[in-house]
Write a protein that binds this ligand. Structure first.
Ligand code: IPE
Ligand code: IPE
Ligand code: MG
Length: 246
């Protein structure tokens, strides 16, 4: 056939579901960065970027699910993010509250298992209880969505070790730490995507990222969508994962 009715690039012709399956991409993690800059570029308060960021996040989770990715982890709020102005922190927590309510209402439709990674104590009783309720409500669903909230990778490892000490252990193995991490239910991430242009992990999944493939994009998180995600998956499928072997 010589003529094509619609011009497509070779990348657009790739069946992304097949690629996810063939490349063994079962866990993808996102450092959703760039909300504040997205808003400031438009002359809006930083909080406006977080609001649009939630929409991008929901859309991304749906794409991952539809494309066959079984575990998604997302960095929503770090242990260091408390340094931000109080009105920004309050707005992020308010958005989370709304998000949790919607997740409860959509449970029958979405069938997602929610797990919050991090120390819930600092969130206050009301938000902590809502997080725990959502975890309990969705515990029998199979697709895992980990939301890192008041999360720090170092704090997670310290927490794991302290918990082992309380169990009376005097010597610990990698497996011991693994089962005490907030992510104990999930395999290590195959791919970590960071938007917003910074090339660092900012205390995210310090233990679990040992052999994760890293992908950095200049896209600001509120602009994140199907095209960007496709690009990351295609790049991941080309990586050669050797784990120290040959
Ligand atoms: C990431 O976007 C979201 C959170 C940390 C909650 P930022 O708010 O860090 O956006 P930038 O990096 O300032 O643009
Ligand atoms: C990382 O983004 C944390 C989240 C995306 C929740 P930050 O904006 O806090 O990271 P730094 O400060 O640029 O390293
Ligand atoms: Mg940032």
């Amino acid at each position: 056939m010589i003529f094509k009715s619609k011009k497509t690039t070779p990348e657009e012709e790739i069946d992304i579901k097949e690629l996810v399956a063939a490349s063994g991409l079962s866990h993808i993690a996102f450092i959703m960065d760039g909300n504040g800059r997205w808003a400031q570029k438009r002359g809006l308060p930083r909080e406006a970027g977080h609001g649009v960021g939630v929409k991008a996040f929901k859309n991304t989770v749906t794409l991952c699910r539809d494309w066959g990715i079984k575990t998604v982890t997302t960095y929503a709020f770090s242990t260091e993010n408390w340094k931000r102005p109080p009105q920004e922190v309050t707005e992020i927590m308010r958005l989370l509250d709304v998000y949790i309510k919607e997740a409860e209402d959509d449970n029958e439709k979405n069938r997602i298992r929610y797990i919050f990674l991090g120390d819930k104590e600092r969130l206050g009783d009301a938000l902590r209880e809502k997080c725990e309720y959502l975890e309990d409500l969705t515990k029998d669903n199979t697709l895992i969505l980990n939301i890192a909230l008041n999360y720090g990778g170092r704090a997670e490892i310290v927490n794991a070790v302290n918990s082992l000490i309380k169990e009376g252990k005097t010597e610990i193995s990698e497996e011991d730490i693994q089962r005490k991490l907030y992510t104990a239910e999930s395999p290590d991430p195959d791919l970590i995507v960071r938007t917003g242009g910074e090339v660092r992990l900012s205390n995210f999944l310090m233990w679990q990222s040992q052999y994760s493939e890293l992908y950095f994009s200049d896209c600001l998180w509120p602009d994140y969508g199907e095209e960007e995600l496709r690009r990351a998956i295609i790049e991941f499928s080309k990586r050669k994962r050797r784990y120290g072997g040959v």
